[in-house]
Design a protein around this ligand. Structure first.
Ligand code: PLP
Length: 407
């Protein structure tokens, strides 16, 4: 099926300066992220949102809203629409009377929503004839890059902090990527990628340093609206590291409005971080436009252990425009939230997803959202990729069993 492609140009997110699409780009001249722009007005009357939603192919179904022009550049590994899972018992335990929904992104290829962004980045790289790609990663992004790059016949390099979970490191290597443990944080791994660019000739796919990962992540916003019957919830809680997903969804809402798919209503956007690494929360509370680097970052929620985000001003802007907030939660609150959701509603969250639940509880307590609000949490990765607390007990089958003690 021929898809109408209306990707016209890229725009500097800070200055609005225009860039052409015919070659690969990293940051703008001003050193800021570039955003993809489209001529949606030209297709407003011919794009049928329900016909598009009825297609298969997961996030690839939104082709008219994505930059990839040619079918042969699409790189697929069995993408699905991720389910919305109601968590009523959990909501009750946190004192809410409304609807608590988890969008479970762990069902995507490579077990996290990083698949959305990297599939798009790899597809665009393929269209430009790029043969080498590199990035710093806390684990999930590298897993997605290695899988999609291998699939596209592209070589990949990943640089991860040396305490990145073993499962991610091994997954990257098994999917064909070259992976290095580095004695530093993710932004220090990022500096290595920058330094090696001229030496090895790879393309830098660091978060927001190329324009297309956002385009992949924005499909979360498209999918969510479609799943709710072309409306948006009262609040979205998003585990925020580099912020690509939050920025991407905010962009998706505007694009859907331009297409006439939704109205001007918007959810309150909550950027959720861990108390041990909360640069965006600190900047939000200080009323600042940019966030300072967080020193000595520490949290088990590796996906949000990002001391410095290049798109800080875009995250803060979306949060403020939406009348949302940036919220930090403790490691104990994250662990507790993980246990509550698993034990009350049978849904295993990753620590980052659990952080969004803890933040939702805080927002309810502090009146930032109504008790009867409809809130959506993003569980951005599979809970199975992370260490879990041990609640098991042992049983000696040779001894006499006290059955009452099993209840
Ligand atoms: C990368 C990641 C995040 C943070 O996503 P950003 O869009 O970069 O802020 C959150 N959770 C998990 C599981 C991740 O892998």
């Amino acid at each position: 099926m021929p898809y109408r492609n209306v990707f016209t140009h890229l725009e500097c997110s800070a200055t609005g300066e225009r860039y052409e699409t015919g070659r690969p780009h990293n940051l703008s001249e001003a050193g800021k992220p570039l955003l993809a722009r489209y001529d949606f007005e030209a297709v407003r009357d011919e794009l049928d949102r329900d016909a598009i939603w009825a297609r298969t192919g997961g996030f690839w179904k939104w082709r008219e809203l994505l930059p990839v022009k040619q079918d042969e550049d699409v790189v697929a590994l069995g993408e699905v629409d991720t389910p919305l899972i109601d968590c009523p018992q959990t909501m009750a335990q946190y004192g809410g009377r409304g609807r608590l929904i988890t969008k479970d992104e762990g069902r995507l290829p490579t077990g996290s929503f990083k698949a959305r962004g990297l599939a798009l980045a790899v597809a665009m790289a393929k269209s430009y004839g790029i043969t080498k790609m590199a990035m710093p990663t806390n684990g999930n992004a590298g897993a997605a890059l290695s899988a999609y790059a291998t699939r596209a016949g592209i070589e990949s390099w990943c640089f991860a902090p040396d305490d990145t979970p073993e499962v991610n490191i091994r997954e990257i290597a098994l999917q064909g990527g070259k992976v290095f443990r580095v004695n530093g944080y993710i932004h220090q791994c990022g500096a290595l990628v920058g330094a090696g660019k001229d030496k090895i000739g790879w393309f830098d796919v660091s978060t927001l340093k190329e324009p297309y990962r956002i385009e992949g992540k924005k499909t979360m916003g498209l999918e969510l609206a479609a799943q709710l019957g072309w409306r948006l919830p009262d609040a979205i809680f998003y585990p925020t590291g580099g912020g690509t997903g939050l920025i991407g969804m905010w962009k998706a809402f505007d694009e859907m409005e331009r297409l006439g798919w939704i109205g001007s209503e918007r959810p309150k956007m909550f950027a959720v971080q861990a108390e041990g690494c909360a640069p965006i929360v600190k900047a939000f509370e200080a009323g600042a436009e940019h966030a300072e680097e967080w020193i000595d970052a520490e949290t088990a929620a590796m996906g949000i252990r990002v001391p410095k985000a290049i798109g800080d001003f875009l995250i803060l802007r979306a949060v403020r425009e939406s009348s949302g907030a940036a919220i930090a939660v403790s490691e104990e609150q994250i662990e507790q939230a993980r246990a509550v959701c698993g034990r009350a509603d049978g849904l295993l969250l990753c620590p980052e997803g659990a952080a969004t639940l803890a933040a939702c509880g805080k927002a309810l307590d502090e009146g930032l959202i109504d008790r009867d609000a409809e809130a959506v949490l993003f569980n951005c990765g599979s809970g199975l990729k992370y260490a879990m607390p041990d609640f098991s007990r042992t049983l000696d089958r040779h001894a006499e069993i006290d059955w009452a003690s099993l209840e």
